[in-house]
Design a binder for this molecule. Structure first.
Ligand code: NOJ
Ligand code: CA
Length: 554
């Protein structure tokens, strides 16, 4: 396999322009601000940015309600600023992925306005209509408790329209060839402006059959994905799609395609949920199963691994008992939970701000099979504001310094309140202080990212689980091109001594610690005894016994 599939060894950072840095004092982050922080991001070591929606939008779902696919919301800047931005990233060797939200538009989009007001408009069939209220109107709701149905009557059209998400997000009729052609056109447009691909929103719904006569099990048109992907690679060979598709492990190959002819990347939601269960219960078993379940994949395909994102931590795929265990550990209060299935907090408060646990969680995530995706602010351990509605609590502005409003804006009215009180307030948690402190979480993260990039075995290689004799210590070995690494994680808040036997070319091996000086040499039987401290982690390179001789020579 050639190794110029850049996404195989990338480190992706998810950023929202609106809450990163405001430069003109209107309280809203902008592209000028993001550009000022490109050196910070390059310094952190990330190799690709995923930009959340920044197109013109009424902003009722944080930009996931797009009103114009070919523009930049004037509050954030102009198309000119966007091109300056992609150029700035290119100069620093960072790629850009942007959100592609084409399952639905905003109800303010001119297409929907035309569709609703004129039954003869060509845009009428770009959306999904029904004269009568469909029987399944209360089914398939994505935001239970907030959204009441998936079909609502449009007063202007006098008909019901389908909306998988909020009522102001009418679904596009993605089966319409004109809509499909428009999706390609949108992709082509942004590729031309310098992006390397898309984080595609709500993919299972984009490809599902839609309509009043569709029962509870819509049929997915997987071949649409091949068309998207072919188009991308014709236009720009290195471009990829990273899919948001929270599907059962058995279906993932339908999204990648047996020969990798569909999507290049998908977020691994199954592993994500089981990872939080592992952290909550100190039992690696179900996480191991989730990794086994999601293991088969074509060589070009890649998982995106993450801890928290901008949405709730969806625990819908866990067994009831497991879900309750995660709620009890990380989100026991009702206001911490959302949609009856998830936790809406940021990572640091979930883990009680405990540095050992944060390091464990991030070390584990960085060494999962795939490409890590980091949420902005997590690198400094930002908290949440549970007074804000739904998912906004974890979308507060980036905390840069101890200046007013965390240095995010000079305005007294930031777009979302800056966290200014309690243990996660900006006086305690900010990038400027952490930059100066060699022991800060930020500097730890930078070192870990650097090391992760030096261990391409994880992104490219094959993995297996090594027995440690206990379910609380997870051991994974990655191999690629005759190089191997062993990653150990102790999920428990108590120290534990483990024994393991590992071979290198059929012989015993030395484990060379990549993060500190305590290497491990085997006993005569080739066995290693390693003392893992509470929440401890180790990244070892697996070397032959002659490593010891070589080291002596040096
Ligand atoms: C998934 C996005 O991650 C979420 O934030 C959004 O609300 C829905 N898709 C609808 O676009
Ligand atoms: Ca601004």
């Amino acid at each position: 396999m050639i190794n110029d599939l850049w996404y195989k060894n990338a480190v992706i950072y998810c950023v929202s322009v609106s809450t990163y840095l405001d430069t003109n004092g209107d309280g809203i982050g902008d592209f000028q601000g993001l550009m000022r922080r490109l050196d910070y991001l390059q310094g952190l070591g990330v190799t690709a940015l995923w930009l959340m929606p920044f197109q013109p939008s009424p902003g009722r779902d944080d930009g996931y309600d797009v009103a114009d696919y070919y523009g930049v919301d004037p509050r954030y800047g102009t198309l000119g600023d966007f091109v300056e931005f992609t150029h700035g990233c290119k100069q620093r060797g960072m790629r850009v992925l942007i959100d592609l939200v084409v399952n639905h538009t905003s109800d303010q989009h001119p297409w929907f306005q035309a569709a609703r007001s004129n039954p003869n408009s060509k845009y009428r069939d770009w959306y999904v209509w029904s004269k009568k209220k469909p029987k399944n109107a209360e089914k398939g709701i994505v935001f239970p408790g907030v959204q009441r149905s998936t079909w609502d009557k449009d007063a202007v059209a006098g008909e019901y329209y389908f909306h998988r998400f909020y009522e102001f997000q009418p679904d596009l009729n993605t089966a319409n060839p004109e809509v499909q052609a428009e999706i390609l056109k949108i992709m082509g447009f942004w590729l031309q402006l310098g992006v390397s691909g898309f984080r595609m929103d709500a993919v299972p719904f984009v490809i599902a059959s839609k309509g009043a006569d569709v029962g509870e099990k819509p049929v997915e048109q997987y071949d649409m994905l091949r068309e998207f992907s072919q188009f991308l690679t014709w236009r720009e060979g290195e471009a990829i799609i990273l899919a948001e598709a929270n599907v059962l492990p058995g279906t993932d190959m339908k999204y990648f395609g047996e020969a990798g002819e569909r999507l290049q990347m998908m977020f691994n939601f199954d592993v994500n949920q089981h990872l939080f269960y592992a952290l909550a219960s100190a039992d690696a078993g179900p996480l191991v199963e989730a990794m086994k379940d999601t293991k088969p994949r074509p060589a070009t395909a890649q998982w995106g691994q993450f801890l928290r994102n901008h949405d709730e931590l969806d625990l819908g795929r866990l067994e009831e008992k497991q879900r309750q265990a995660v709620f009890a550990a990380f989100g026991p209060q009702p206001e911490m939970q959302l949609y009856g299935r998830g936790i809406r907090r940021r990572l640091a408060p979930m883990l009680g701000g405990d540095r050992r646990r944060l390091e464990l969680a991030y070390s584990l995530m960085l060494t999962l099979p795939g490409t890590p995706v980091i949420r902005y602010g997590d690198e400094i351990g930002m908290g949440d504001d549970l007074r804000l509605p739904e998912r906004n609590c974890a979308r507060t502005p980036m905390q840069w310094s101890t200046e007013p409003n965390a240095g995010f804006t000079k305005s007294e009215h930031p777009i979302l309140p800056v966290i200014d009180h309690g243990p996660y307030g900006f006086e305690h948690v900010n990038a400027a202080d952490q930059r100066r402190d060699p022991n800060s979480l930020l500097n730890w993260m930078e070192r870990m990212i650097r090391m992760r990039k030096e261990v391409p075995e994880i992104g490219w290689g094959d993995f297996r689980f090594v027995s440690t004799g206990t379910k609380t210590v997870l051991a994974m070995e990655y191999e690629w091109r005759n190089n191997a690494v062993l990653c150990l994680h102790n999920l428990e808040g108590a120290p534990r001594e483990i024994r393991l036997t590992l071979k290198h070319d059929g012989e015993g091996c030395v484990l060379v610690n990549l993060l500190s000086g305590d290497h491990s040499e085997p006993n005569k039987k080739g066995r290693h005894t390693i003392l893992m401290e509470a929440y401890g982690y180790r990244w070892f390179r697996v070397c032959g016994l002659d490593y010891l001789l070589k080291r002596d020579e040096v």
